[in-house]
Write a protein that binds this ligand. Structure first.
Ligand code: BJW
Ligand code: ZN
Length: 254
């Protein structure tokens, strides 16, 4: 893979970098992207229809079962070369901030620290009624391949239904995570988008903010996205292949 020399020098010289990831960074770990068609029990639905509070209130067992099935898949998956390349990049850049829209924990399991999760996490459910965090057991959420409808557990404090700790459509992003993501974006010289369709706001605003502030905006994605016209460098390829190659090209002595 060939990279423009000014992309490589921008990377080498950057003091502050934001890496902004979406579902595509976990695709090569076997985690379907958000806009992939659902399969199995959920194939008659779209993810957009399940990722709402209304869906949870209407059919809690359907929605909780879907999230627990996804959590099981994540627990059985492993980080891929793209997650590991982002860890390696952090060692090279004086201040790198990792902002992810993903609700999995594959960045952390690859070794990234201080990951900003703007859309929450599959691993931090809470009570829908009172907000009390709910401690998940260590055991896998559902047996073997047993994707199924599952009643949400009840809150140990108030008896309310436990909901996934993710940000659904129509909900506000966690304020602390959003403030940190915005601050890092406004102060970076290079903003690297990896594996996101850049369709969901306000997160999708971040690369536009970076471009407005004169940062070099770079995209790694095998397909066209809403950002194609905004980025200075469009690296067309799979994250698990392009990211390690980008690092090797920027720091060939390693
Ligand atoms: C690879 C690859 C490989 C594949 N390597 N790449 C109209 C205009 C503007 C905004 C709105 C609007 N109507 C409604 C809104 C607001 C709404 C929104 O933005 N909707 C848009 C769809 C239009 N936003 C919200 O509701 C947000 N809240 C909000 O605005 O609050 C204010 C408000 C309050 C009250 C009322 C209204 C507003 C909240 C958004 C929360 C989003 N949450 C989700 C679900 C999380 C839980 C879960 O996972 O179930 O977050 S949605 C979903 O999309 C998920 C993702 O994090 C997010 C982004 O998706 P992502 O990561 O980009 O994945 P994909 O699948 O879209 O793309 C994958 C990409 O990877 C593709 O490009 C592939 O090509 C690529 N790829 N393989 C590299 N190997
Ligand atoms: Zn409660």
């Amino acid at each position: 893979m060939e990279f423009a020399e000014d992309l490589l020098s921008a990377l080498r010289e950057a003091e502050r970098v934001v890496v902004f990831t979406g579902a595509g960074v976990s695709a090569e770990s076997g985690i379907p992207t958000f806009r992939d068609a659902l399969t199995g029990l959920w194939e008659q639905y779209k993810a957009e229809e399940l990722a709402t509070e209304e869906a949870f209130l209407r059919e809690p067992d359907l929605v909780w079962g879907w999230y627990e099935w996804r959590r099981l898949r994540v627990m059985r998956a492993n980080p891929n070369p793209a997650h590991r390349a982002i860890v390696a990049l952090a060692r090279r850049i004086p201040k790198m901030t990792l902002v992810t829209q993903n609700v999995d924990d594959l960045h952390e399991r690859a070794g990234s620290a201080d990951v900003i999760h703007v859309h929450g996490s599959l691993f931090h459910p809470r009570c829908h009624a009172c907000g009390q965090p709910f401690a998940l057991g260590d055991e896998p959420p559902v047996e073997a391949e047993g994707a199924r409808w599952l009643a949400p557990p009840r809150c140990r404090q108030c008896g309310g239904p436990v909901r996934p700790g993710v940000v659904w459509f129509g909900e506000l992003l966690p304020e602390d995570q959003w403030d940190r993501a915005t601050e890092a974006t406004e102060n970076c010289s290079l903003f690297l988008c990896v594996g996101t369709s850049s369709l969901v706001y306000p997160a999708a605003q971040l690369p536009h903010t970076a471009a407005y502030r004169q940062a070099t905006v770079v995209q790694v994605n095998p397909h066209p996205t809403a950002l194609d016209k905004v980025v200075r460098h469009n690296v067309v390829g799979l994250a698990g292949e392009a990211m390690p190659q980008l690092l090797a090209a920027a720091w060939p002595e390693d």
